[in-house]
Design a protein around this ligand. Structure first.
Ligand code: PBG
Length: 326
């Protein structure tokens, strides 16, 4: 007789036939680095997440190494913002400084971690848009060299990988060319290929102080009603030479992750974004959800849908829970 329950009878049986696992070596922890000294500032809408100045990064680096996760994704909050986001591509900017600090810290401990640098202008521009403005519009092609310059500054500082998140057309190709020409052909580019204009980024914009001062990002980030277009974005990044593709946000886009997996042979990353984290933390704080079980279920869903890598603010917690078998 067909009895699908037969293999669910004991925990050992269930474990033996489980199809999907959370793998902590595949988790990346986003880190906000703020200009200044001695800073560890709580992000109100993201309980457990902080903005660190470079001199305080040792604490988070140790946590990442001890957790055994893949590494970090760096976002910078500069000393000053301006029209062209020059803090993004200054060689002594906050992200290059953070990269150098983390490299030295890992070397001292004789350990390795993946240091990925996000490449975008919105944390660095006074207007909060991801490219430069002309007549109130975000100029695609004028923004590309600035992204390339930023990526190069991060690679020079010692980043393992750069990840452009601005959704400018051609940004992957521009960065690839700049890296190749400057002697960094070995540094991979991870495209935020299918990045949707999303209300789920709200808490991040508090953390990075990067909300657009006028308008929104719908003229460059994708319309969340579109699935086929996401495949075009993924194909475009692949053609431009991306080494890893990404879908973002994650929870409301599991269908896109699954389709992306079916359409590319490249590694696929998903970004479990700030608003997804904030929802879980808020409900858990009220005692309405069991945080550990919810996080496990959510992260497992990303891997089941086809993700190879997951960027998540839950990374340190998830790794610790896995360690303890809870
Ligand atoms: C910068 C950027 C954003 C996120 C990652 N890179 C914000 C945005 O596009 O407004 C969001 C990440 C998150 O919500 O956790 N362009």
């Amino acid at each position: 007789m067909q009895r699908l329950r037969r293999l669910r009878r004991t925990a050992a049986l269930r474990g033996a036939v489980a199809e999907t696992h959370i793998c902590k070596q595949k988790l990346i922890y986003p880190v906000f680095v703020v200009w200044g000294e001695g800073k560890k500032e709580a992000v109100e809408s993201m309980p457990g997440v902080f903005r660190y100045s470079v001199d305080r990064l040792g604490e988070v680096a140790d946590a990442v190494l001890d957790a055994g996760i893949a590494g970090v994704m760096l976002f910078g909050i500069p000393k000053e913002k301006d029209e062209t986001g020059s803090g993004a591509y200054a060689e002594d900017g906050v992200v290059p400084q953070a990269v150098r600090f983390l490299r030295a810290h890992c070397a001292r401990r004789g350990r390795e971690m993946l240091i990925v640098a996000d490449v975008c202008l919105c944390e660095y521009t006074a207007h909060g848009h991801c490219g430069v403005l002309r007549d109130g519009r975000v100029e695609n092609d004028a923004s590309l060299p600035l992204h390339a310059k930023a990526a190069l500054a991060y690679a020079k500082a010692g980043a393992d990988m750069v990840a452009p998140s601005s959704m400018m057309d051609g940004v992957v190709a521009a960065i690839r060319a700049a890296l190749d020409n400057a002697g960094y052909p070995h540094i991979p580019v991870m495209g935020y290929s299918a990045k949707f204009a999303s209300a789920f980024y709200g808490p991040f914009r508090d953390a990075a102080d990067s909300a657009p001062q006028t308008g929104d990002r719908q003229s460059y980030q994708m319309d969340f009603r579109n699935g086929r277009e996401a495949l075009r974005e993924l194909a475009a990044d692949e053609e431009e030479g991306a080494d890893i593709l990404m879908v973002k946000p994650a929870l409301a886009f599991l269908d896109i992750i699954k389709e992306a997996r079916a359409h590319t042979l490249l590694p696929l990353c998903v970004y479990n974004v700030s608003g997804e984290y904030a929802m879980v933390k808020a409900a858990a704080a009220k005692g309405w959800l069991d945080e550990r079980r919810i996080v496990k279920e959510i992260l497992t869903a990303f891997f089941r849908a086809g993700a190879d890598l997951v960027i998540t603010y839950h990374a340190l917690d998830a790794a610790a829970w896995e360690e303890k078998g809870v």
